[in-house]
Write a protein of this length. Sequence first.
Length: 308
Amino acid sequence: MNPLRSLILAAAGNDVIRRVVATAPVSRDVVRRFVAGETTADAIEVTRTLADAGLTVTLDYLGEDTTDAQLAEQTVRAYLEVLDALHAEGLAHSAEVSVKLSAVGQLLDEGLALSNASRICAAAEQCGTTVTLDMEDHTTTDSTLRVLDELRRTWPWVGAVLQAYLHRTEEDCVRLAGSGSRVRLCKGAYAEPASVAFQDMHDVDLSYVRCVNALLAGDGFPMFATHDPRLVPIAEARAEYHGRKPGSFEYQMLYGIRPEEQRRLAALGHTVRVYVPYGVQWYGYLMRRLAERPANTAFFLRALTSRT
Ligand code: FDA
């Protein structure tokens, strides 16, 4: 892995760095490039703007690796609140939610995460929308897929995320490519060892293409989550090869990244879903976005040093 990427991902777990970044006066402005804001109202406002521009949304209430049941409960309540707000504002047809199981208790007890995720799924169903389970580091993959299978017994529309950098993912794609199955395919954002993940970005890209094919060959609903200017047209070409029409798969991108490409794809008639994070716990998320692109780090450091 690129040494700068490893360094930034290591910083994501460092408490001293976390305090410095979180309290720097300029952080808030910089964070806003990637995060909608801290409140439900901020999330709704950004959702409306994106929906008005012809895009769809998946909302992520920021937080992860919770080892406190109270915090897990707060996260569940935040999701219930935002789902109510989406419904009340007439936005439930344009926006769903993305949930990290580690934010709702997975590290404490898988059963707690399942029961909390079930409450969110039940609320989403009532509001007329869906839920996708984000995928975290590889130590949680089996647990997350077990919870997914369980949730799908009641809510077959619950979406999964698979990460192309893991050696196992092509097989997971084949298993999850069945009818009604919603699968978001991304490259993967965590620092993973060579024993489980491809280390060379070219190998990750090749794996991504194999996974695109596996998902498109099935009867499910693939969600291609990438900003990669080479992979987007490859996904498009493979979709055409497999006889997929726009509407039988979608593209997904992160809030603040390649917004012009998001609008271009939507103008071609594709469903484009923007992943919109919000909430006060933006630190881990921000660090992963910085790690993806050295230019972001330069931008961030410039902003920090120019005002402090
Ligand atoms: P890559 O990183 O190679 O970037 C390709 C190009 O995209 C870059 O050259 C640049 O132009 C642009 N770009 C990418 N990232 C950028 C950034 N941060 N800032 C500016 N430009 C950037 N991961 C995970 O492990 N679990 C998950 O659940 C999810 N969920 C998820 C949802 C959605 C909707 C997306 C789009 C992504 C995720 N991810 C994720 C993150 C994913 O694994 C991956 O880390 C990022 O999407 C970056 O990978 P790309 O495919 O964009 O390629």
